[in-house]
Design a protein around this ligand. Structure first.
Ligand SMILES: Nc1ncnc2c1ncn2[C@@H]1O[C@H](COP(=O)(O)OP(=O)(O)OP(=O)(O)O)[C@@H](O)[C@H]1O
Length: 214
């Protein structure tokens, strides 16, 4: 078994950083919570309801528990094409793309309206990751799972990603996230609690007191 005796609860509004050595099972944990990998045993509860592992429930669960990986993946086309993509999918058809909201968020990150018309292939790694994140955050998932989203970015781009997630979480205080990072500084900045992993287990949890969020 890749995960061992994991018993955890993620409360609404929680900001969890996940730390641990390579191979400790951090990615497997996030992928299992989002049901990208299916657990061989155990029960996953979402909003106090056990999640069935049939195709319909899995698809619904994945639309609620968003998983962001280290490498940004964009479809061919512009930033706008990428941001509009989710609204073409069955689970989000009741939602509408809101360019004003997206522009406001981008402006807070120092981007102007021309950014929407940039081609995905012309973006830097940091910009591509921002687009991937924004594509998810505009849907306001109740839970966001971030698997080393800034590991391949320079420090400035990493800070901008942190700022985006922080702004989103402050605007949606019920939303929770788990953020895997190998950077001690980032772990202490993004986590109100830090879950330490080793050999497929959560070994201990540390709670931190924040003076101000970055
Ligand atoms: N689909 C899989 N099938 C079998 N073993 C796997 C699978 N995915 C991961 N593993 C193994 O599970 C263990 C934990 O992997 P995981 O990717 O979760 O580690 P991690 O803590 O995220 O590491 P890193 O910090 O390097 O990303 C590793 O030994 C890995 O080789």
């Amino acid at each position: 078994m890749l995960l061992q005796d994991i018993d955890f609860q993620l409360r609404a509004g929680a900001r969890v950083a996940i730390s641990g050595a390579s191979g400790a099972g951090k990615s497997v944990f996030l992928r299992t919570i989002s049901l990208l990998d299916l657990p061989a045993a155990g029960t996953l509860y979402c909003q106090n309801q056990p999640v069935n592992l049939n195709a319909h429930s899995i698809a619904r669960h994945r639309s609620q528990i968003a998983y962001v990986r280290q490498q940004a993946v964009l479809i061919p086309g512009t930033v706008r094409d990428n941001l509009q993509l989710p609204y073409t999918l069955h689970h989000y058809q009741h939602l509408t793309f809101q360019p004003e909201h997206v522009l406001q968020v981008l402006q807070n990150l120092g981007k102007d309206e021309h950014f929407l018309d940039r081609d995905g292939t012309d973006l830097s790694g940091g910009e591509a990751q921002l687009v991937c994140l924004l594509r998810i955050l505009q849907l306001n998932p109740p839970v966001l799972l971030l698997d080393e989203p800034t590991a391949s970015l320079d420090e400035d781009s990493a800070r901008t990603v942190q700022k985006l997630v922080n702004q989103w979480q402050q605007a949606n205080p019920q939303a929770a996230y788990m953020w895997v990072s190998h950077s001690e500084q980032q772990v202490s900045e993004v986590g109100d609690e830090i879950w330490y992993f080793d050999a497929g287990r959560i070994t201990h949890i540390k709670h931190s007191v924040k003076k101000g969020r970055q």
